[in-house]
Ligand binder design. Structure first.
Ligand SMILES: [Zn+2]
Length: 380
């Protein structure tokens, strides 16, 4: 049923099509053309306008002989890649695909897309009994799940989803954390560093003290936090007046996440108090602007759920040793779980994603294809 050569060729076609976030149009055209050749209609939503991209989310529906009689199922992969992802030249060696070293490979998430296209071929070519299978290809996942967040889910019939967007093919990811992204702007007071340093209040000093006073890294088994970028100041002879700090916090526990964000803000408050100065009899303190956005919400799918069980059974049936995993990062599945479409994340064999060392063992992707076909088979 599965055609390994076709799956391989599809994957190679896909990784050679540039599709940085907000620039997924060409890859969407390829997917549409492949599905149309199978007689499958596709629709594109208006996410492009909402997010300032050149492409919307692409949805296709495969209707089987049991449509309306069994539960519909959603499979999803994202079409965009991280940078540097232009001009990918895939190299194959002993069944392992890599980039030529100066770009990512884009197996994240072209491997998921390839598996879904292979599933469409298999369902169309064989006399399989299935209901309705929805295939969703999202945009701009890598820059904050923007496609999923702007997708009108009323277009979907499925109440369960499988997101092909993880590493290990035998792992079912049942949970992911919530995440906040924060930007802090520390305003100090500018002064000549040689002539009147006592009139200056260094924003860099305030930022340094604040960061020093923050719990960062792995806070506990459920919570992490990171200050990821800092920029500010203009010249060595000027006491710096502005520093911008970008940070994040994640937790599987909503209360712990709120606490972490509060504690980080308190570190700034302490730093402000500790660095206040008196100029001409007036106390001057740094000022801080804080923007924090909840980027995505945590989820946890029970192992007793039909969503989990279908994937677990399909894997076991193929002789795969399926394991349960909880992810440290968010994905489109967070967005869909939050709106009531129970979703887990499945692996495709992508390894070291988001680096130029990214690679994919073809055997793994082939097993991912076998898994999803078997899931559809067992879903009736
Ligand atoms: Zn991904």
């Amino acid at each position: 049923m599965i055609n390994p050569e076709r799956l391989k060729a599809t994957f190679l076609d896909l990784v050679k099509i540039d599709s940085h976030s907000r620039e997924e149009k060409d890859v969407a055209q390829y997917i549409s053309a492949r599905l149309h050749s199978l007689g499958v209609e596709t629709t594109m939503d208006d996410a492009a306008e909402k997010i300032g991209g050149n492409c919307g989310n692409l949805l296709a529906r495969l209707t089987g002989p049991l449509a309306g009689k069994v539960e519909p199922i959603l499979f999803c992969a994202h079409m965009d890649t991280v940078v540097p992802g232009k001009g990918v030249k895939p190299v194959e060696e002993h069944g392992i695909f890599r980039s030529s070293g100066d770009t990512i490979l884009g197996a994240d998430d072209k491997s998921g897309v390839a598996v879904m296209l292979e599933l469409a071929h298999v369902l169309k070519e064989n006399n399989l009994r299935f209901g309705e299978i929805e295939l969703l290809f999202t945009v701009a996942e890598e820059i904050g799940l923007l496609g999923a967040k702007n997708f009108d889910t009323s277009a979907l019939k499925s109440k369960r989803g499988y997101f092909l967007d993880s590493e290990f093919v035998n792992a079912i990811s049942i949970g992911a954390p919530s995440a906040y992204r924060m930007t802090y702007r520390v305003h100090g007071q500018e002064a000549h560093a040689g002539i009147a340093p006592e009139k200056g209040l260094s924003a860099i000093l305030v930022a340094a003290k604040a960061i020093q006073g923050m719990p960062l890294g792995r806070i506990d088994s459920e919570t992490t936090s990171n200050v990821g970028s800092i920029e500010g100041g203009s010249a060595t002879n000027i006491v710096p007046k502005l520093v911008t700090i970008r940070a994040e916090a994640r937790s599987h526990n909503a209360q712990k996440l709120e606490t972490q964000v509060t504690v980080m803000r308190q570190a700034f408050n302490r730093a402000i108090e500790a660095t206040s100065i008196i100029v001409d009899g007036q106390t001057i303190k740094a000022r801080i602007e804080e923007i924090h956005n909840l980027e995505y919400q945590a989820f946890r799918v029970p192992e007793s759920s039909r969503t989990f069980q279908l994937a677990a059974k399909a894997g076991a049936d193929l002789g795969m040793k399926m394991v349960t995993e909880v992810s440290g990062g968010g994905s489109d599945a967070n967005v869909f779980n939050a709106i009531g479409i129970e979703s887990v994340v499945l692996g495709t064999g992508m390894m070291d994603p988001h680096t130029v060392k990214e690679y994919l063992n073809f055997e793994d992707m082939l097993n991912a294809a076998k898994l999803v076909v078997n899931m559809v088979r067992l879903s009736v």
